[in-house]
Design a protein around this ligand. Structure first.
Ligand SMILES: [Zn+2]
Length: 55
């Protein structure tokens, strides 16, 4: 995965499970951009917090 902010390749990926959903947390080692995604596509932080809250 490529960082959308600084275009660095190879963001750190951490697989997590939130409210029964598989999500991936991506963190860039260069600019510290953070991104979330699910198998269906990108997730906003608001969406992730919403999922965690409902559970
Ligand atoms: Zn970056």
């Amino acid at each position: 995965m490529q960082c959308s902010r600084c275009a660095r390749q190879g963001m750190v990926e951490i697989r997590m499970n939130i409210a029964g959903e598989d999500v991936l947390f991506h963190s860039c080692g260069r600019c510290e951009a953070k991104q979330w995604s699910s198998p269906e596509g990108p997730l906003s932080l608001d969406r992730v917090l919403d999922m965690a809250r409902k559970h």
